[in-house]
Design a protein. Structure first.
Length: 138
């Protein structure tokens, strides 16, 4: 998986969990359920239930928001592997987040023939910079 796609999955997982306690939740839940179900109505209901179950667990304190975000990140990464076009919709979800604490990729540097890619992410709310480096050599 491309590093940029992985960073979008991670950011979307955080946006998802952060939205659980807001008025934006129903819209985000439905949007993500549609995307993850690949628009199959029977699967969409299952995804909606899975999202609601996660919300209940997080809001009840049975699990931390960090754990929930990581679990959904994994599901979103699997979605991207199956459907690389999902990155654009996930990017749109991340961009629509009003929460400035979500990590957003701000630059992607391709090492070209050197075989590396570097993504610089910035936590706008806290000023933290995280640098991810992944080799693209095979």
């Amino acid at each position: 998986m491309e590093p940029f796609a992985a960073s979008i999955a991670a950011a979307a997982g955080r946006v998802l969990v952060q939205a659980m306690a807001t008025e934006a939740w129903p819209v985000l839940r439905d949007r993500l359920a549609r995307l993850m179900s690949r628009r199959a109505e029977d699967r969409e209901a299952q995804m909606t239930n899975a999202l609601e179950d996660t919300r209940h667990v997080v809001l009840s304190g049975s699990s931390s928001s960090e754990v929930a975000a990581i679990r959904w990140q994994g599901r979103l990464e699997a979605l991207i592997e199956d459907d690389p076009g999902a990155v654009e919709e996930l990017q749109s979800i991340v961009d629509s987040s009003a929460d400035p604490s979500v990590y957003r990729p701000i630059s992607v540097i391709d090492g070209g023939t050197a075989g590396w890619t570097q993504i610089v992410q910035h936590n706008i709310g806290g000023g933290t910079i995280l640098v991810s480096h992944a080799s693209t050599r095979t």
